[in-house]
Write a protein that binds this ligand. Sequence first.
Ligand SMILES: Nc1ncnc2c1ncn2[C@@H]1O[C@H](COP(=O)(O)OP(=O)(O)OP(=O)(O)O)[C@@H](O)[C@H]1O
Ligand SMILES: [Mg+2]
Length: 266
Amino acid sequence: MWESFFGFKKTPFSDSPDTKQLFSSAAWQQVNARLEFLAQHHGVGLLTGEVGAGKSTAARVFTAALNPNLYKILYIHFSSGTALDLLRQIALTLDLQPAHFRGDLVRQIADAVVRLNQSKKQHPILICDEAHLLPHPALEQLPLLLNFDMDSSRYLTLLLIGQPLLRRTLSLQLHEALRQRIGTHYHLEGLTREELDAYLTQQLKAAGVTQPLFEDTARQGLYQATKGIPRKVNKLAVTALRLAAERKAPIVDDALLLDATSEAFL
Ligand SMILES: Nc1ncnc2c1ncn2[C@@H]1O[C@H](COP(=O)(O)OP(=O)(O)OP(=O)(O)O)[C@@H](O)[C@H]1O
Ligand SMILES: [Mg+2]
């Protein structure tokens, strides 16, 4: 096992990082500031970024830290299906028995949202992850949910998360009603070159290894191959460490990184 070869106490570069493994890049802090703002002021937020940049992780970590007595997280990971399916799924996250007709469903959801706010004093945050995959008619339903009352924007917070395509989709005339409601937007980029160095050190340390395992040239190669996108960094770093262990090499140099890059299939 490559982990024992390097003396790791646990596997570094995890797919589901724990608090010690979470890296607070400048962009990560910017996302958090916006999510904080959204939770405080409600409304609609948009979080976009390249594949693997950390969008879902940021939303998951942020919402996990919110007081569950004050917020109810409705997490939707909806990628296909009709507008009606989307509304049904939202109803289900609200523990409702979905009505058959669209108008009834919208009312049903709206009533539940108001009840949550007024009776339970819980504010719902609806998170639509992978929203770039939402068919147009489904996306068009969302303003209806924000519109059900004179002052409804304060009852439901909506966070749309998706790949860069989502920005283009939302720029269409068809989605103006939704676009106009977006109060905060952030586009999450990869780690900078300096942050990548700090990330590698942090990951190794959190897994129990303090000596550097990547030569300078290998770190440069890692940055070039991944542009600092965390999922790519993790995949390439693990591949490189595994190859190094196989070859009994105590450190990853640029030649080894090159081999790892073709194997990692980024
Ligand atoms: N701040 C961070 N600290 C440590 N690891 C991170 C961080 N952000 C992301 N990661 C790592 O990167 C991986 C990809 O993150 P995530 O799944 O959140 O990306 P995404 O932007 O939602 O990707 P997709 O577009 O495919 O949905 C995570 O599994 C996690 O291991
Ligand atoms: Mg994601």
